[in-house]
Design a protein around this ligand. Structure first.
Ligand code: ADP
Length: 396
């Protein structure tokens, strides 16, 4: 059967139509720059790539364009919508309610909605994607696969915040972690590619996209990760601040006469490399400007990399070593310069890149460390879609 996998990010919608028996991808694509301008890149198997530049004002527009393209006479791969047996949706936050995937009904949607304030950039986009699919194919089962699930193995010392315990008891305030499907998939592949013994392995996964997070995966299990109660914690991201002193929130609120919600909106949507560069949240734009020597873009890039280097160092300490470091997601999979900037600060643990291999690694699985490197470093395209398709088939 054919499973359509939808992965609605804050500014992107990735999709794959997967034949679940062969696990072959019949077509895949990416709507990017949603809300900025809009572009669809659609790649049907055995046919030419097809690119559409069109305004995508929101995810509704993107879902409609994807469906039309999948059924397009020239570029499509199916002729009828009923050829899609189920849709698997990546959903950001399951809160305390879901530690596993689930078939979507009204109750599940209510819970996804209830988690909006925990995932303000993604949960609304996820729900729009779900509802847009329901409208177009009302009789097709839809499955939610949550980003929080993989990190449920973290020990309490990693997921508890140093705040009064009663807030955990009353409100379940703790670190949850995100990008779980990606950290799970990539850490498994890293163990395979580096030929590690899973039960004696220490892997750090750097998921560097518009949203970015790092995880420490010991013996195949997540033991720590940089995102927290919400995806706001941790790394400096496209538009998110990552870690800050909480007092900054009070300070901005007082000085700028803003509410807490307004300040959090700034930290989620107007901060990160966008805020620092005063230019763009898109790393390609930042890299281009920094390459031209522009001061604020350079600062944004340097701060982004510095935070990653610090997190990697802390996870090496937490695991008392590291066997492999894997880079994934838009920037991590594709950009040799940023990988090089990060790895050049890791010589103290014996990381050494093979510069030619690093340059070649763009969207393909590749070991990018040299033969002498004490730590295997690799680029691994994340395959959340395949992982989600497998979960979807298991549930329906
Ligand atoms: P999300 O799903 O959170 O939107 P992605 O994993 O799709 O994020 O990553 C998007 C980011 O990756 C964008 O900032 C984009 O600029 C960056 N990116 C994609 N390809 C490249 C590349 N070749 N070089 C640098 N950055 C890239």
């Amino acid at each position: 059967m054919n499973i359509l996998v939808m992965n609605c990010g804050s500014s992107s919608l990735k999709y794959q139509l997967i034949d679940s028996e062969s696990e072959n991808v019949l077509a895949k694509g990416l709507c990017e720059r949603i809300g900025i301008d809009g572009r669809l890149t659609h790649k049907p198997a055995n046919k030419e790539k097809y690119v559409v530049e069109t305004t995508l004002k929101d995810h509704n527009d993107a879902v409609k364009l994807v469906m039309d393209t999948l059924m397009d006479q020239e570029h499509g791969v199916i002729s009828d919508i009923n050829e899609i047996s189920a849709v698997g949706h990546r959903v950001l936050h399951g809160g305390k309610f879901f530690s596993d995937s689930i078939i979507i009904n009204e109750e599940v949607k209510d819970v996804i909605k209830a988690c909006f304030e925990l995932g303000p950039l993604h949960n609304p986009a996820n729900l729009i994607g779900i509802e847009a699919c329901e409208k177009i194919m009302p009789n097709t089962p839809q499955v939610a696969v949550f980003d929080t699930a993989f990190h449920q193995t973290m020990p309490a010392k990693a997921y508890m915040y140093g705040i009064p315990y009663e807030y955990y008891d009353k409100y379940n305030i703790r670190k949850y972690g995100f990008h779980g499907t990606s950290h799970s998939f990539v850490s498994k592949r890293a163990i395979e590619i580096a030929r590690l013994d899973k039960d004696n392995s220490k892997v750090i996964v750097c998921h560097l996209g518009n949203g970015a997070s790092i995880s420490a995966v010991e013996n195949g299990k997540s033991i720590d990760t940089s995102m927290g109660l919400t995806p706001l914690e941790g790394l400096i991201m496209g538009t998110r601040s990552g870690d800050i002193d909480p007092t900054v929130i009070q300070y901005i609120a007082h000085k700028e006469n803003k509410t807490l919600e307004e300040v959090l909106n700034i930290l989620n949507k107007k901060s990160g490399v966008l805020g620092l560069s005063e230019y763009s949240s898109d790393f390609r734009d930042i890299l281009k400007r920094a390459g031209e020597g522009e001061e604020k873009a350079t600062l944004a890039l340097d701060a982004f990399v510095y935070r990653i280097v610090k997190y990697i160092g802390s996870y090496i300490a937490a695991m008392n070593g590291v066997d492999a470091i894997a880079f994934t997601a838009g920037l991590g999979e594709n950009n040799a310069k940023v990988r090089n900037m990060i790895c050049s600060s890791l010589a103290y643990v014996g990381v050494e890149l093979d510069q030619a291999a690093n340059e070649e690694a763009a969207g393909v699985e590749k070991i990018i460390s040299s033969a002498n490197s004490k730590v295997k470093v690799m680029a691994i395209p994340t395959n959340e879609e395949l992982a989600i398709a497998r979960e979807t088939v298991a549930l329906i």
